[in-house]
Write a protein that binds this ligand. Structure first.
Ligand code: MRU
Length: 341
């Protein structure tokens, strides 16, 4: 996988041969973005079971055989699930992998391993297809000559390919439309500046990188047509968790009459969460604020509060662009109707 912590200054790859390397990569954001985390975890689980019964010591806890194999699947899955709490794609992908293992339990362990590898690859391939469909459904929201604001990175780096929030931009660009994307820097870890700016510029899409606190001014002076961001988890009523700062952007969008859209595949919906209050919000190391990228920019012991995500209430969201179509207005019923179809 690309080590996203090194971008944009270096394009380096991490070779993952065990679940520990995948866990560490997820936790330190070498791989990040909800769908990409899910895909990485599914593949991490495959790495965790591939030596079962081959390498001595792997799977001893269950005494070998199918029972031991299931114990290893559950242990590695629980371990990977503890890497980050908010993006539901992580748990969705791991649950799907466990269901796959159980479904093939009547077969040999080698066959179950093969089925799990196939499932992880299917999760990756389906994500790529969903992102392209999101692009097709969302492109009409970007007018010729218009402008968009996005926050964080919900592009090809955050998914199997093409992205969620960036997919309508890639699709519009492919249609030959010209438009400008205002890219929020996205404090504190600068996913917008480091990743979104990098991938949109590589694609030849016109951007203007802005400080997060410039968004209101840009909406007022530049006539922004639409805001599109991704999501890490969408509750049954449409409340959507995404990178910290997204909620503020949605409030600003409403104040300026700019429609605010979320783009996300069905794997990002958590219909067991009735609303945004039930979504766990990750808190990260205060040094990400105090000494981002190694430079001390605050008193060394300044007390900090560092939530990685916030929740935008459904009432501020004009629509959710999914691979199955646009959900608008955003209500529990319209979500069920679109996802169920
Ligand atoms: O902390 P990160 O970089 O994993 O946060 C990512 C985001 O908030 C993205 O916008 C979200 O996962 C959607 S990715 C298609």
């Amino acid at each position: 996988m690309i080590d996203q912590t090194k971008l944009p200054t270096a394009l380096e790859y991490i070779e993952c041969r065990d679940p520990e390397t995948v866990f560490a990569a997820i936790r330190r954001l070498s791989v990040r973005g909800a769908p990409a985390i899910g895909i990485a975890a599914a593949m991490g689980l495959v790495l965790g079971i591939r030596d079962f019964g081959v390498r001595p010591g792997v799977g001893d806890e269950g005494g070998g055989g199918h029972e031991g194999f299931v114990k290893v699947v559950n242990r590695v899955s629980d371990y990977l699930a503890s890497s980050r709490p908010t993006a539901v794609n992580l748990f969705w992908a791991l649950e799907r992998m466990k269901r796959c293992a159980l479904k093939h339990m009547a077969q040999s362990i080698d066959k179950i391993k093969q089925a799990m590898l196939d499932e992880a690859l299917a999760i990756r391939d389906e994500d790529a297809r969903m992102c392209h469909a999101i692009g097709r459904h969302g492109a009409a929201l970007i007018p010729e000559g218009g402008s968009v604001i996005t926050h964080c990175n919900a592009g090809s780096l955050a998914t199997a390919e093409y992205g969620t929030a960036l997919a309508p931009m890639y699709a519009s660009h492919a249609e030959g439309k010209s438009f400008t994307v205002y890219v929020d820097e996205t404090r504190p870890l600068l996913q917008g500046a480091r990743l979104t700016a990098w991938e949109l510029m590589r694609a030849g899409i016109q951007i203007a990188l802005i400080c997060d606190n410039a968004a209101a001014h840009v909406m007022k002076r530049k006539g922004v047509d639409v805001v599109i961001t991704g999501a890490d988890r969408i509750a049954a009523n449409g409340d959507a968790a995404n990178k910290i700062g997204t909620y503020g952007l949605a409030v600003l969008a409403q104040a300026h009459g700019v429609p605010f859209y979320i783009a996300a595949p069905s794997s990002t919906f958590d219909l067991d969460a009735c609303d945004g209050d039930s979504i766990p919000i990750e808190e990260r190391d205060p040094d990400e604020i105090r000494r981002g990228f190694g430079v001390l920019t605050a008193p060394v012991d300044a007390p900090c509060y560092c939530p990685a995500f916030d929740v935008t209430p459904a009432s501020l969201i004009a629509g959710i662009i999914t691979e199955k179509g646009l959900i608008s207005p955003v209500t529990g019923d319209s979500i069920c109707e679109t996802l169920g179809s």
